[in-house]
Design a binder for this molecule. Structure first.
Ligand SMILES: [Zn+2]
Length: 281
C-alpha cells in the first residue's frame, strides 16, 4: 500500500491557556452529565475515553490495556464505562500512566489500583507531590507503584512506550511517545503531559521552556495526543474522521500542526518569562 503524503489539516491552535478556573467552570467540569463524551476510536489501537475538558486515552496492546490518565471524581466513571462500552474489560488494564499529579489526571488512579489491579506509573518527582496536600482539589492518594524516569521505556507485548520527563507545568511532568496504527500503517504519536502555564516563578518557567525545546527537537512526531482536548482539537478532528472516505488523510496525522502548536507554546512561555522576570525585579 502506498501511503499518500498527507496534506495536513491546519487548525487554529487554541491560544487559551486557562490560568484560573472559575467556581462555575469548576462545578461544570466536575459534572459527569455535562462532561459525558461517547467514547470513540481514533486509531487501530487508540481510543478516547475522556471527558469534554480533560482527556483519558486507551491504548490497546496484544498483552492488555494501557490507560493514559485516570480523570477524577465522578468523571472516572466516564472512563470506566467508556472502556466497557467499547467492548474492553477494565480488568485488562495493566498500566495507568499519569501525565502529572494534578487532580484532573491523577484523581481516579487509586480506583484503578483497587478495582482493577492496574499498576500506576508516574515520575518520582510527581509521586512526591502526592505526599503533600493536593492543590486545586483533593483526591484519594494512589499507592506509589512505578516511577518512570526520563529516557526509560515500557514494553507491553509488542507495544512500546518511550518516556520523557518534561517538567514545568508540574515539577515532574511525564510525556510519552508511542506508535499508533491507521489501518495497519504506523505513525509516531506523542502525549505532552503538562501544557498549561498555570504556575509561577522565573526558574520554573525556564524549566518549562527547556522542556518545550526538547520536544521541538524530536523528529517525526506526526500525531498530537493531548491530555486536554482543547490542546489538539480532538473533537473537531474526530468530526472529520467520522466523514473520512477511502483515501482521505487521517485528520489526527498532522505533523505541521504539531510543530505550529509547539511554536505557540514557546511564544506563550517566553511572554510569561518576561512577565515573571519583570515581577521578580
Ligand atoms: Zn495540570
Amino acid at each position: 500500500m502506498i501511503h499518500k503524503l498527507v496534506k495536513p489539516v491546519i487548525f487554529t491552535v487554541a491560544l487559551m491557556m486557562s490560568t484560573v478556573i472559575t467556581a462555575q467552570e469548576a462545578s461544570e467540569n466536575d459534572n459527569p452529565e455535562l462532561q459525558r463524551v461517547e467514547p470513540f476510536q481514533v486509531f487501530d489501537n487508540l481510543y478516547y475515553v475522556g471527558a469534554k475538558w480533560v482527556s483519558a486515552w486507551l491504548l490497546v496492546s496484544d498483552q492488555g490495556l494501557i490507560l493514559f490518565d485516570a480523570l477524577y471524581g465522578d468523571l472516572t466513571d466516564l472512563a470506566i464505562d467508556g472502556i466497557r462500552e467499547l467492548g474492553f474489560d477494565p480488568d485488562d488494564i495493566r498500566y495507568v500512566v499519569i501525565s502529572h499529579a494534578h487532580y484532573d489526571h491523577i484523581g481516579g488512579a487509586r480506583r484503578f489500583q483497587e478495582e482493577f489491579g492496574a499498576v500506576v506509573m508516574m515520575t518520582d518527582t510527581d509521586w512526591n507531590m502526592t505526599d503533600e496536600p493536593a492543590i486545586y482539589q483533593d483526591y484519594p492518594k494512589p499507592i506509589r507503584h512505578l516511577s518512570v524516569s526520563d529516557g526509560s521505556t515500557l514494553n507491553l507485548g509488542r507495544t512500546r512506550l518511550r518516556f520523557m520527563e518534561t517538567p514545568g507545568h508540574t515539577p515532574g511532568v511525564l510525556s510519552t511517545r508511542f506508535t499508533v496504527y491507521d489501518n495497519g500503517f504506523p505513525h509516531d504519536a506523542f502525549l505532552f503531559g503538562g501544557v498549561g502555564l498555570n504556575f509561577s516563578g522565573v526558574e520554573r518557567t525556564e524549566t518549562y521552556i527547556n522542556s518545550v525545546q526538547r520536544l521541538m527537537q524530536l523528529e517525526n512526531i506526526e500525531v498530537n495526543i493531548p491530555n486536554h482536548p482543547e490542546s489538539g482539537e480532538i473533537f473537531e478532528r474526530y468530526e472529520i474522521l467520522q466523514d473520512r472516505q477511502d483515501g482521505d488523510p487521517h485528520p489526527f496525522v498532522d505533523p505541521e500542526s504539531w510543530d505550529a502548536w509547539l511554536e505557540i507554546l514557546m511564544r506563550n512561555a517566553q511572554g510569561k518569562l518576561e512577565r515573571e522576570r519583570a515581577a521578580a525585579n
